[in-house]
Design a protein around this ligand. Structure first.
Ligand SMILES: [Zn+2]
Ligand SMILES: [Zn+2]
Length: 240
């Protein structure tokens, strides 16, 4: 799609909202159209406030403080991680609808969910309005093919609706897509490929949509720490 037709598509979505991203029902009012979900489906996203792993933020099944994966890992460049939803079922469907650009209004829904979860989850170790948020940059070339940046749009929405301070400091150099790689390769694929422009703030919050192995978060947190950050947190909407 050319940039012009993409813009036209975005405008069309604003003027004639598409159906619910989850069940496909017609969106009945401005509030529903504003978030891309019908009222019923929007209510299907409760955040699990059970105990979380103190390292990666995933919900814990055992009584221990740290999950099995994290006990096996060599440690992370980030200091805390907040993850909201498992990437399955309706959650997966909704993120896909957002990524493929059919429901950009979901950025508003995601922002609301992030802010309410941060207020409730005990694993959150920063004040969302005081620490600068840094969106995880898209893969080099992705912006050109997709025409928009899905994480940046959520950052922008958090900035606009909640006055979250956003800093754009990270750039991603060309590398293979993380999706095609195994866990070990994912860790090395990004090494040196994420760059912090200028000095990093002392404390920062990284924002991304999906957390899989944590390789991207680690590479971003590492880049910020090399540029002077002392404490780096992360927030991801979904975890795989
Ligand atoms: Zn629905
Ligand atoms: Zn963990």
């Amino acid at each position: 799609m050319k940039t012009f037709s993409k813009r036209l598509y975005f405008l069309k979505e604003l003027l004639f909202p598409v159906n619910c991203a989850a069940c496909g029902a017609a969106l009945l009012n401005g509030a529903e159209a504003g978030t891309g979900l019908c009222e019923e489906c929007a209510g299907m996203f409760p955040v699990n406030f059970e105990k979380r792993c103190s390292v990666c933020g995933r919900p814990l099944i055992s009584e221990l403080d740290i999950c099995m994966d994290c006990r096996k890992s060599d440690g992370n460049a980030y200091d805390s991680m907040t993850l909201l939803y498992p990437y399955i079922g309706v959650e997966q469907q909704v993120l896909k609808a957002y990524k493929f650009g059919r429901h950009r209004s979901l950025a508003r829904f995601f922002s609301e969910k992030i802010m309410s979860a941060l207020g409730l989850l005990p694993c959150v170790k920063f004040s969302p309005l005081e620490v600068p948020w840094i969106p995880v940059p898209p893969r080099a070339g992705k912006l050109k093919t997709a025409g928009w940046d899905q994480v940046e749009l959520i950052a922008k929405t958090l900035e606009r609706l909640y006055h979250v301070p956003v800093l754009r400091r990270l750039k991603r150099l060309a590398s293979k897509s993380q999706k095609e790689l195994g866990k070990a390769e994912r860790m090395t694929n990004l090494s040196g490929r994420i760059i912090c422009s200028g000095k990093a703030p002392e404390e920062a919050v990284l924002l991304d949509d999906v957390f899989t192995t944590g390789a991207t978060m680690n590479a971003c947190a590492g880049a910020l720490k090399s540029a002077g950050a002392k404490m780096v947190h992360g927030v991801c909407l979904f975890y795989d």
